[in-house]
Design a binder for this molecule. Structure first.
Ligand SMILES: [Zn+2]
Length: 415
């Protein structure tokens, strides 16, 4: 197959000349400019994309098609960075990048476009600077905003294909629904630990994210990479797969992951596939959709439920004041032992959240308890559990120990 493809490639005169290098040794400047004109690309583009031009699946026509196309990358994290780098360097004519975050030290482990000099800068600004150096011949559009129900229709409406490189459930449903409502392909991936998943939603007659997951998983059970960690190369692999999917869709090449969830395991280095179908009763892409415009995705994903716990929150500053005034509450750390060994609050008791239900007897019901974890998600679940078990005076350290390290103890290691 490889041989016959190569033969096809080299049967094209431009492909042959590119492969032989003779395109760069043209007889005269006139014939050279005629050649580039006939390819519909500039001299610089012809040289830049020469490895694409010799591919029969791309060639000059495919490269011109990429040049006329646009892709929106939502999220400049571990997935969005490699996806954006590959789309920009592939010559996609317009690439949009959406992110409202600033570059943090913990990003550098996997978001390789950023450096230490970028810490504290807006991600879109730092990325724009680097990406425009990689390929100044494409148009790069920065959107320094958080994608939400108020701006998604307008933003996504400007592009041909969307890359969902976000890391949370509300954004996934928001991007999916917007793409379905606007008939745009949604190129999805997610990563956690050593695992990655990828698929393509919202293509004509193809299923969507809601066909696969009609209801959001319980918010408490969905850990983020911040909570659960991720090996740095996993988003690199999955983000590259997203770029490959987007390029394939734009070129009309190959078989996209439509109705197929690609599952990568980075420990045993295996790829598996789960097949799924369009759900005729899907709330957004089914035959009688109930979602015909964007909704409140935080509420849909149950995150507003956590907000109702706000009255049980205590800030890092309030806790510090209480400790300084001699009213030290029982400090309950619900993280894993290895996290505790990295850093913990003085005189705190460690009971990992999974063990809490079985170890309630170790806590006094009339004690004033402040529960904390890394960023405040697991501890919110622990507060709910303790209150249901009859602990009346329990509060959640808002933002977790990470917020404590930021606000109160700058010497505390952050992770
Ligand atoms: Zn659907």
């Amino acid at each position: 197959m490889l041989v016959s493809r190569r033969r096809t490639a080299f049967s094209c005169i431009w492909g042959r000349r590119l492969a032989e290098g003779s395109i760069w040794e043209s007889d005269s400047s006139r014939s050279c400019s005629e050649l580039f004109e006939s390819l519909g690309l500039t001299a610089s583009e012809t040289q830049r994309y020469s490895r694409h031009l010799v591919l029969p699946e791309v060639g000059p026509e495919g490269q011109r098609r990429l040049k006329r196309s646009s892709v929106l990358v939502v999220g400049l994290g571990g997935l969005g960075v490699p996806a954006a780098v590959y789309l920009v360097s592939a010559g996609v004519g317009r690439v949009g990048i959406v992110d409202s975050d600033l570059v943090e030290l913990s990003n550098l482990q996997r978001q390789f476009i950023f450096s230490k000099a970028d810490l504290g800068r807006r991600k879109v600004d730092a990325a724009e600077e680097k990406l425009s150096l990689v390929n100044p011949e494409i148009r790069l559009t920065c959107h320094p905003v958080r994608l939400d129900s108020s701006n998604a229709m307008e933003l996504i409406g400007e592009y041909d294909v969307v890359i969902d490189a976000t890391d949370n459930l509300p954004s996934r449903y928001l991007i999916n629904d917007t793409c379905v409502l606007q008939a745009k392909p949604d190129v999805f991936a997610s990563v956690l630990g050593f695992d990655g998943q990828a698929s393509v939603f919202s293509t004509p007659n193809g299923p969507c994210y809601r066909c696969l997951y009609p209801e959001p998983l319980v918010a408490d059970s969905v850990k983020s990479c911040e909570e659960a960690g991720v090996l740095n190369v996993i988003p690199g692999i999955m983000g590259s797969i997203q770029a490959n999917q987007a390029i394939g869709i734009l070129l009309g090449n190959g078989t996209p992951l439509i109705g197929r969830l690609l599952v990568f395991n980075g420990l045993d280095n295996s790829f598996n596939e789960i097949k799924f179908r369009k759900n005729s009763s899907c709330a957004v892409c089914g035959s009688h959709p109930t979602i015909t415009r964007l909704i409140d995705y935080e509420e849909f994903c149950g995150l507003k439920r956590t907000e109702t716990l706000a009255e049980f929150n205590i800030t890092a500053g309030q806790l510090k004041t209480a400790i300084d005034s001699g009213k030290r509450p029982v400090l309950l750390d619900v993280r894993e032992p290895y996290e505790y060994s990295l850093c913990h609050l003085e005189s705190s008791t460690l009971i990992p959240v999974e063990e809490l239900d079985a170890r309630l007897g170790e806590l006094k019901r009339d004690s004033e308890i402040v529960v904390y974890c890394h960023v405040g998600v697991r501890s919110a679940g622990a507060v709910r559990l303790l209150r249901q078990a009859g602990f009346a005076n329990v509060r959640n350290l808002q933002g977790g120990i990470d917020e404590w390290a930021r606000q109160i103890d700058n010497n505390m290691p952050r992770y």
